[in-house]
Ligand binder design. Structure first.
Ligand code: G16
Length: 557
């Protein structure tokens, strides 16, 4: 196979965000060699590229198959020895992480824009994961960005083409080297991993003995085949338990984001009261939303805390000592109370799963999560939607309670960290910048400290205001300006940051949380009622409505 060196022009905007390079699909489609440039830039940053093995797969969205073919040609020409690719190009993000670890690959290329819509007018994304199976750290993605800005050429074997729809192994000679492409079933290894972690037999008995009615909604993302295999075939739930299970290139025109707005179908069905447990996944299968009977919403922050408190219901944690917990800074402190109770270490990281990997690799932390519907453990180095659902099923089986009862029992023991998040999507970048500048100026002059903020008849005293700075306890790397925090004297908190996963404009996120003790008379009141004064205070301090021109958020979680 011939290797060509193709001349190209560098792009200045290939800076990976919170999780890879996410752009409107048209950016990849209409700009010459945009995709090729980025893949070549990734490869040039991999130590030991010659002779290495990489895993490649995606969430089934528009362009995934084409970009896999391009990746094959470019990887071959760059001296990669072997690619492991999911059949039909399908691999969930957690599956890629598991495969990298299982086959000791050097890394993996994941083709996904996660929860962002897909299709020619949606988004596409490319992300690199390192040898531990986790997202490349910022030092690595910064390097990719630097390389991309001056890239003058890429290497390609144009003659290589592989049938990725059929399982099989393909071998090519490139120069003096052999280049192998293994097309594997993207589901099998992942299912095997889940069977090592959970007691499938006892979950299966629980589902059948309680005639549990489940609804797993894959939102036409990557998780359909995984859910069918695990929930129906392995755990014996009937076929109606898995919906929107065929991965579609445009997610059926939907927004594959498992939250109360975009998974409304599921929420409405759960509200009818006929189903016991609902779960939704995002496009690439790393996020999850848990909904109980009658539409009882389990906040991701509570979900993490409940799994932490009940980790002994999961065989994996009985075998492997649990050493500590972690959460991203904007995530509520619900899990912190559990850590304190169990005498575990607790880590607070910036937003982004990439910050958890070091802690896990160093044996400091076993279980972690984020408010953005991500939960996971050290079985891999990505958040894992199906893992979270199986953890919940294990806990329900262990306690023989409904999801709502499990949460109520948890609050009555630990108290409740009531949490909500307001997202203002696709705000003009300049306007979003002004919001952050206003908040940063208030940090600078400390003018709000000690002030009393009053809304809806409640008053709060501002105790602290800063911009979160993280020093990685393993390698000492520093991440600055990871979100503006306003802490009040009663422990309540407001956090503001700009999303790093949008593809156009800016998304402002405002996170609000407040702690209620286990005996508080409002303990079980709706979060919206409890947090309404703090929301007003947050909007007043940040001036979001006036600066962004938005009277309402796009999404409330
Ligand atoms: C990614 C990251 C998560 C992060 C989320 C939201 O998730 O892996 O760690 O919490 O983005 O980030 P942001 O607030 O910057 O938009 P995913 O599921 O999109 O890959």
């Amino acid at each position: 196979m011939n290797v060509l060196i193709e001349t190209t022009t560098p792009y200045s905007d290939q800076k990976p965000g919170t999780s890879g390079l996410r752009k409107n699909t048209q950016v990849y489609m209409t700009q010459k060699y945009y995709t090729e440039n980025f893949i070549q830039s990734i490869l040039m940053c991999i130590d030991g590229l010659e002779g290495c093995t990489l895993v490649v797969g995606g969430d089934g969205r528009y362009m995934v198959k084409d970009v896999i073919q391009q990746s094959i040609k470019i990887a071959a020409a760059n001296g990669v020895s072997k690619l492991i690719i999911g059949q039909n190009g399908i691999l969930s993000t957690p599956a890629v992480s598991g495969l990298i670890r299982k086959y000791s690959a050097t890394g993996g290329i994941i083709l996904t824009a996660s929860h962002n819509p897909g299709g020619p007018n949606g988004d596409f994304g490319i992300k690199y994961n390192i040898a531990n199976g986790g997202p490349a750290p910022s030092s690595f993605t910064d390097k990719i960005y630097q390389v991309s800005k001056s890239l003058q050429s890429f290497r390609i074997c144009p003659e290589i083409s592989v049938d990725i729809n059929t399982i099989g192994s393909h071998s090519f000679t490139v120069g003096n080297n052999t280049f192998i492409v293994d097309v594997i079933c993207g589901v099998t290894d992942y299912v095997d991993l889940m069977k090592e972690i959970f007691d499938f037999q006892s979950i299966k008995s629980y589902i059948s003995s309680q005639s549990l009615k489940l609804r797993f909604d894959s939102l036409h993302g990557v998780m359909g085949p995984y859910a069918k295999k695990i929930i129906c075939e392995e755990l014996g739930a009937d076929s109606s338990s898995v919906v929107h299970a065929i991965p579609l290139e445009d997610f059926g025109g939907g927004h594959p984001d498992p939250n109360l707005t975009y998974a409304k179908d599921l929420v409405d069905q759960m509200k009818e009261g006929k189903l016991d447990l609902g779960v939704a996944f995002d496009g690439d299968g790393d996020r999850n939303m848990i909904i109980g009977k009658n539409g009882f919403f389990v906040s991701p922050c509570d979900s993490l805390a409940v799994i932490a408190a009940n980790h002994s219901a999961i065989p994996y944690f009985r075998k492997n000592k649990v050493v500590g917990f972690a959460r991203s800074m904007p995530t509520s402190a619900a899990v912190d109370h559990v850590a304190k109770d169990l005498g575990m270490d607790m880590f607070e990281t910036p937003t982004g799963w990439k910050f958890f990997g070091n802690l896990m690799d160093a044996g400091k932390m076993s279980l972690c999560g984020e408010e953005s519907f991500g939960t996971g453990s050290d079985h891999i180095r990505e958040k894992d939607g199906m893992w979270a659902a199986l953890a919940w099923l294990s806990i329900l089986a262990h306690q023989n309670l409904s999801a709502e009862e499990v949460i109520m029992r948890h609050w009555r023991k630990y108290g409740r960290n009531c949490f909500t998040r307001y997202d203002y999507e696709q705000v003009e970048s300049e306007a979003a910048g002004k919001v952050m500048q206003l908040l940063e100026a208030a940090i600078e002059d400390q003018s709000l400290i000690g002030s009393t903020q009053i809304a809806v008849g409640k008053s709060y005293i501002v105790q602290l205001m800063d911009n979160f700075r993280y020093v990685d306890p393993v390698d000492g790397s520093v991440a600055e300006k990871q979100g503006v925090r306003i802490k009040f004297s009663d422990g309540s908190r407001l956090v503001f940051r700009l999303s790093g996963t949008g593809s156009s404009g800016a998304t402002i996120r405002m996170y609000i949380d407040s702690y209620l003790s286990s005996t508080d008379p409002s303990l079980c009141d709706p979060a919206a009622d409890i947090l309404c004064p703090l929301v007003e205070i947050g909007l007043k301090i940040s001036n979001i409505p006036a600066l962004s021109g938005r009277t309402e958020p796009t999404v409330i979680t």
